[in-house]
Design a protein around this ligand. Sequence first.
Ligand code: PXL
Length: 291
Amino acid sequence: MQNIIPRIAAIHDLSGFGRCSLTVIIPILSAMGMQVCPLPTAVLSTHTGGFENYTFVDLTDHMQDYIEHWKSLDLRFDCIYSGFLGSVRQIAIVGNFIKAFRKQKQLVVVDPVLGDDGKLYDTFGEEMIQKMGELVQFADIITPNMTEAAFLLNEPYPENMDESKLKSWLLRLADKGPNTVIITSVPDHMSENKTAVVAYNRKDQKIWKVSCDYIPTDYPGTGDIFTSALIGSLLQGDSLPIALDRAVQFLSMAIRSTFGYQCPTREGVLIERLLENLKAPIISSSYQMLE
Ligand code: PXL
């Protein structure tokens, strides 16, 4: 039986304050008409960027029982979407989850959450980088930012990125298994003060780029917002370039409206009043196909 409402297994942490991971993934995908079923990896009082003394409960030891219960219910997912993991051991748990729940016409998205701005997040080390590199083989789509792409390819974080290097990174990441590689937060050297998202689809060998204005600030959770809007768009039947456009437009609008209020950056992007926009038809699209 098909799911009436597209159903997504969301394997991420729950951070109580600071708008990232499940606290943005659930509202965005729900607003787009999807059912989100969280498989929590850890529970934190806040995210790890910009707060001190946050509490962290690692749920590794509880995940397998949780998954066994889902197996006994014969749950079927239209999408499996993983992100921030609580321990290196969770990589194997997520890999096995994907194998056990794999079915046809399903989208498996691995956001290899490791770090940002050239740095690893607090809770991760070398082993996590290496194992995350193994998890991406199970994905249809991966969505690393530039920092994560560099870690996965064992390359230094690039100070500047030209188009040929970018293309080679996309192809090398696709060689690890995923059909579609999307790199976010790419500085766009073709135009000043722009940042871009680039995507490579191995099946049709196309590379897409969507640029947007760069805003000089760093909010947590932007990767989760982008990937959630992208998944919602793909599951509702949009093409890859339109889904990229929709996700970039939603994220940039959310960042611009947040920036105008001058709230503390660590509280994240104020998505709450913008969720309605996710339902709106795309009015203008700006994707480009790179040769
Ligand atoms: O959005 C990425 C993310 C997810 N979960 C936790 C984080 C971060 C980024 O800082 O700290 C707990």
